[in-house]
Design a protein around this ligand. Structure first.
Ligand code: MRU
Length: 339
């Protein structure tokens, strides 16, 4: 069940699993210093885990929310109340809303007597599907790295869109893992991702499997691109609008602008559950504003006014392709995706 930093479900390595009456997660606020698992026993603990980012990354937030509904029903909390509590935790990652809508649809159709079991089963299915989708993203994305002439292939990523951010495998990092497993020599430029340092999580993940990588300050990305040290950029997504505009961790947009200036392909990797077909364009995506305290004590002590938008939007025109479990799509091609 517990294997090093992983949870093991049916012989596969996961970030979230069931343990008796509880849902177990790896507390990402303690990584990379410490591996600590947390048992979620009720709705409030699940909501708290998402809110404070013990779990983070769009797909993992979605899976945790689904399990949050199952925990809530076991407590006797009405479905709508559970959905409202969970939906209010984080606004940008659409996988949260997607998972809650899916739970609602399935549970509304089921007999009251079976609802609790159905909720656990559906949460389990959402988790398994995420694992499969991300493995497929790896398979579809790996050829993009293999097509690069230079060795090692120089990939840049931002934030953490590796296995930690999903149920398994990751999204932006899945093609890197797949290429590495296929024997391709890869080096990853990992941008640190102020103010919460998710880049450190990516560096830690890559270190576990000996993929060469270098952590950089967010603002060093443009220089490295200008110096010809980057072959392609792959980032994850928290929500992709129907027109291909993509919300991801703040700082992504600047990387896309620099990549365009230097003729570097810029890919977004995400499962179909991250595409919000009901959201026409990036300007309609809600951007989460997080607490100023995330800038740390030094800033807090100064009392300086702080703005802390957690995401930005990269216009579809800057995106070379969107790597999904169904293949690599252009923004215009998103409408052909099977849902
Ligand atoms: O605020 P976070 O750490 O949840 O933000 C995570 C990201 O922006 C990821 O790039 C995105 O969720 C994709 S995760 C596979």
């Amino acid at each position: 069940m517990f294997l090093g930093h992983y949870l093991v479900v049916n012989n596969s390595l996961r970030t979230i699993a069931e343990d008796g009456d509880a849902v177990v997660i790896l507390d990402q606020t303690r990584l990379p210093k410490q591996t600590a698992f947390v048992h979620l026993l009720n709705l409030e603990q699940a909501a708290h885990a998402i809110r404070v980012m013990q779990v983070r990354g769009a797909p993992l937030i979605g899976a945790t929310a689904a399990y949050g509904v199952a925990l809530a029903l076991r407590e006797g909390i009405p479905l709508e109340q559970a959905i409202d509590v969970l939906a209010a935790t984080r606004p940008t990652a659409v996988n949260l809303r997607w998972a809650l809508e899916r739970m609602r649809r399935v549970l509304e159709k089921s007999a009251v007597a079976t609802r609790r079991d159905v909720a656990w089963q559906e949460a389990r299915t959402i988790a398994s599907e995420d694992e499969e989708a991300n493995a497929a993203i790896g398979r579809h994305g790996s050829p993009l790295l293999q097509a690069v002439q230079r060795r090692p292939v120089q990939v840049m990523t931002h934030c953490n869109a590796g296995w930690l951010a999903t149920v398994a495998h990751g999204t932006a990092i899945a093609p890197i893992y797949a290429a590495h497993e296929a024997g391709v020599d890869v080096h990853v430029w990992v941008s640190e991702t102020r103010p919460r340092d998710q880049g450190l999580l990516t560096a830690w993940e890559l270190a576990q499997v000996d993929i060469p990588h270098t952590l950089i300050a967010d603002n060093a990305a443009g220089l490295l691109m200008m110096q010809g040290k980057v072959d392609l950029v792959i980032v994850g997504a928290d929500r992709i609008a129907a027109n291909g505009d993509t919300a991801n961790k703040v700082g992504t947009y600047l990387k896309a602008l620099a990549a365009r200036e230097h003729g570097i392909p810029f890919y977004v990797a995400a499962p179909v559950s991250t595409i919000d077909f009901a959201c026409p364009k990036g300007a309609d995506i809600p951007i989460e504003e997080r607490d100023a305290a995330e800038f740390g004590e030094k800033v807090s002590r100064c009392g300086t006014p702080v703005a802390n938008p957690a995401f930005d939007v990269t216009p579809a025109a800057l995106v070379s392709g969107i790597i999904t479990e169904q293949g690599v799509f252009s923004a215009a091609g998103l409408s052909t995706i099977k849902r």
